[in-house]
Design a protein around this ligand. Structure first.
Ligand SMILES: Cc1cc2nc3c(=O)[nH]c(=O)nc-3n(C[C@H](O)[C@H](O)[C@H](O)COP(=O)(O)O)c2cc1C
Length: 369
């Protein structure tokens, strides 16, 4: 157990904010698999300040989600304060995080995300002002610095602590690196030694051994995992098991396929089916990573557009995976061709059904065709 100010966190596994991923459905899975703390995807200060409906919807959370961090991005003092107040007073989140790490051009070109690393005065002023305005703890997620010549994380973390930040999450890359190279965790250690608030280390954790090693080597309070849990929420269980010296059974391929469907159902509770299934294509490909003939299967998965199609395809894939390795090798070509045809057939049936429902709707509306 560790704490960020008064917020208790059961274990040192933090799930990173990931735009386009960290919605209610994904977070509920990460929570169920045992994450200690979960971040929402970043939301825009201006969009909150202007009460953009879609953005406010992104701040919706479930009762079981505690502890949850909601992340804001922006740079303008007034709208950042307005948005932070909203998260403080109108949502049940436990922590408010300020994004100082996003490297995307669209974000940094206006002065937000990692661009704040180039303006430490503004970054410190922002955190100081927000801390004065909200009751919930305010944290910062940042990178090492803008580029290798301007690494500023240690001094900035110290100044942010003085400004009232309650924790720092550090991704061990510069903005210029984007996602290339390797995260440099030596800076996580240096930041941890320089401040008294909790430090969360982040970057490239893909296994339980790595998570444990990073915690030990740097002394950081927790590890943040992003891409490592995409299609592999079991990584959270593996890390927890390793840290508590317990053994863990490996999940079966069948179980993974079942979780794809479960993930899809949870997404469909928050989004319309076509949107949810489109989003699921990427997740499904991550879940089947490493399974036999997954490359050909991924081609097919990127074409699914309804839950029925996804279910059919995965059911047939499950039957194929249940065969012996020899049988799989023998039948793979025919099986994958058949899958393509099944998918096509379902799509045609769905089109006919859709067509019928249009005719029915138009008829019931009195439209004469
Ligand atoms: C798809 C995607 C979306 C991301 N969105 C955000 C975001 O909204 N806010 C943020 O601070 N970082 C974001 N990140 C960065 C991650 O939080 C994390 O710092 C980075 O992926 C490194 O950790 P990892 O190697 O464990 O993935 C995103 C990363 C990915 C891959």
């Amino acid at each position: 157990m560790w704490k960020i100010r008064e917020v208790d966190i059961a274990n040192p596994i933090v799930i990173a904010p990931m735009a386009g991923v960290s919605n209610l459905a994904f977070r509920s899975i990460a929570r169920q698999f045992g994450a200690g703390l979960i971040y929402t995807e970043m939301v825009s200060d201006k969009a909150i300040a202007y009460h953009d409906k879609k953005t406010l919807e992104m701040t919706r959370m479930d009762k079981e989600e505690h502890p949850l961090t909601m992340q804001l991005f922006g740079h303008d003092l007034d709208s950042m304060i307005t948005a932070a107040r909203y998260l403080d007073q109108q949502t049940e989140c436990d922590l408010i995080d300020i994004n100082m790490g996003c490297p995307v051009k669209k974000i940094v070109s206006v002065g937000s995300g990692a661009a704040l690393l180039k303006r430490p005065e503004a970054a410190v002023e922002l955190v100081h002002a927000i801390v004065q305005e909200v009751r919930k703890p305010v944290t910062v997620k940042m990178r090492l610095g803008w580029d290798e010549h301007s690494i500023c994380c240690v001094q900035l973390a110290q100044r942010l602590e003085k400004a009232g930040a309650s924790a720092i999450a550090l991704h061990g890359r510069t903005r210029e690196q984007m996602y290339t190279g390797k995260a440099d965790w030596s800076w996580v250690k240096r930041v941890k030694e320089a401040v008294s608030i909790p430090v969360i280390g982040n970057g490239d954790i893909q296994s339980a051994i790595e998570a444990e090693r990073r915690l030990q080597e740097t002394g950081c309070d927790a590890v943040m995992i992003g891409r490592g849990v995409l299609g592999d929420p079991w990584l959270i269980q593996r890390v927890n098991a390793r840290l508590s010296h317990e053994s863990m059974q490996l999940q079966s391929e069948e179980e993974k396929l079942q979780w794809i469907l479960e993930h899809a159902r949870r997404l469909m509770q928050i989004k319309a089916e076509p949107v949810a299934i489109k989003e699921m294509r990427g997740h499904a490909c991550w879940y089947i990573q490493g399974m036999p003939f997954n490359n050909r299967m991924k081609d097919l998965l990127t074409k699914v557009s309804s839950y029925v199609e996804l279910n059919e395809l995965l059911t047939r894939y499950g039957e194929f995976l249940a065969l012996s390795k020899e049988e799989q090798a023998e039948q793979s070509a025919g099986f994958l061709d058949r899958c393509g045809k099944w998918l096509q057939q379902i799509k045609e049936e769905e089109e006919i059904k859709d067509g019928n429902s249009i005719i029915v709707t138009e008829k019931s509306c009195g439209i004469d065709r």
